[in-house]
Ligand binder design. Structure first.
Ligand SMILES: [Fe+2]
Ligand SMILES: [Fe+2]
Length: 433
């Protein structure tokens, strides 16, 4: 628990923030817009962190109006309060605002209003508090560029932007996803897209003719294959082939290797599709892509924050989930980074939701929840079968409400456990595609 001072002039925002910080984060919260009180509380050492609204309409200092930037500058210019972490909170989110506000005020981080992802904010606070407690984050220790000390959320934005600039999901994969998700698209549209890339079509045919698919007769054209195999199955193969190209270079760090995480993601894709189909989910096919990409954030951290990742992997144990270790080192985890990048890449909503909430589907609202529940359940089943993403990490069992949401009984869960093995015979063919 930390003592957080919320400097806010809007009573509604203050109430929401206070509730979230106390109930969601277990923190002790004080709210004020009185500049003199802010300075007094901070100087008295009664505060561990300040969340400072930038626009303060009623705050005055020595009779003059003062905004959040000036107030932060005052705290940072006072030797007694200079080390106190201050995060700016503002609805001003124009390009360049962050850098400008941080520079003007000397604040430690920046949070954009309205706050949509409270979990990220709580992670940001945790990271900031741990830094102020004299424990530098491994992100800083890793020697990455860091002009201003950024908050966890600031780092998250920065890294997601950087990844978006240098890497993206193959264009053809996005085209396929778009056609699949467009209700006005026909099977003919999908076949046309699939056949635009001849080398892809050839790779798909090799896989479809392998023993894993056991077709009654060999096929030499995708159109012919579709008479034996469902078109969505061919689509899933194509997506696996295209996305799998991003995993071709193997990287090993302790108990982690990139091929291993890719194998895990394929297993979870197959498992999530099976679970969703058993649960009678109408759009159960969407569960495959959602499962296939659910841990994509791990590969992003491994690739773009490699030095921190090396230390994170060593911290994983059967008693600790990976995301918890990531939160500790980075102030955010693979679900948050994966979801941010998935947004940039315009992946379907159900895939984005699964990437973000596959470790706790109870927190997901909306129509995609059942797909997320299927991915969470498949993630647990695959990890319990020894097909985990990183070493032997702790993966919580799906909650009762998750299984209720999927209408899975205890007996149904046991059947799923057995049936998943039949589904996983395709894994090798999918890895080699
Ligand atoms: Fe995960
Ligand atoms: Fe996973």
């Amino acid at each position: 628990m930390a003592r957080i001072l919320v400097v806010e002039d809007d009573p509604d925002s203050a109430v929401v923030m206070q509730r979230m910080l106390t109930k969601g984060g277990g923190h002790q919260v004080e709210v004020t817009e009185d500049a003199a009180q802010v300075v007094a509380l901070c100087r008295a050492g009664a505060v561990d962190l300040v969340l400072m609204d930038v626009s303060l309409t009623n705050s005055r200092c020595q009779g003059k109006p003062v905004d959040g930037l000036q107030l932060t500058r005052m705290l940072k210019g006072d030797a007694q309060t200079a080390q106190l972490p201050v995060l700016l909170v503002t609805a001003h989110a124009m390009h360049g605002d962050r850098e400008s506000f941080l520079k003007q005020s000397g604040a430690d981080g920046y949070v954009v209003k309205p706050i949509e992802d409270y979990e990220t904010l709580l992670g940001t606070l945790k990271g900031c508090l741990s830094r102020s407690g004299g424990q530098p984050t491994q992100w800083g220790k890793g020697g990455h560029e860091r002009g201003t000390v950024e908050s966890g959320e600031g780092q998250l934005d920065q890294i997601a932007d950087r990844i978006h600039k240098v890497s993206t999901i193959p264009h053809l994969a996005l085209q396929i996803v778009e056609v699949v998700h467009n209700p006005r698209s026909s099977a003919a549209d999908l076949k046309t897209v699939l056949e635009t890339d001849h080398s892809l079509a050839a790779r798909l045919l090799v896989t479809l003719n392998s023993t894993a698919y056991d077709l009654p007769a060999p096929v030499d054209r995708l159109l012919a294959a579709v008479s034996f195999v469902d078109l969505t199955e061919v689509t899933n193969l194509a997506l696996t082939a295209l996305i799998g190209d991003m995993f071709k270079k193997d990287v090993a760090v302790g108990s982690y290797n990139r091929n291993g995480v890719w194998q895990h993601m394929i297993c979870v894709g197959l498992g999530a599709r099976l679970v969703a189909a058993r649960a009678g989910v109408e759009n159960f096919e969407e569960a495959y892509l959602a499962g296939l990409l659910h841990d994509f954030g791990i590969v992003l951290i491994e690739n773009y924050l490699h030095e921190a990742f090396v230390e994170i992997v060593t911290g994983v144990s059967p008693k600790r989930p990976l995301w918890e270790v990531e939160q500790e080192y980075l102030g955010f985890d693979h679900t948050q980074l994966g979801a941010r990048v998935a947004e940039h890449w315009r992946l379907p909503a159900s895939t984005r939701a699964a990437i973000r909430y596959h470790h706790d589907s109870d927190r997901c609202d909306g129509g995609d929840k059942v797909i997320v529940q299927a991915v969470e359940t498949a993630n647990f089943l695959c990890s319990a079968k020894g097909l985990s993403s990183v070493g032997t990490q702790y993966i919580g069992t799906p909650s009762k409400s998750t299984l209720r949401g999927l209408s899975i009984t205890r007996e149904g869960f046991r059947v799923l456990w057995d049936d998943l093995d039949h589904e996983l015979v395709k894994v090798q063919a999918l890895i080699n595609i």
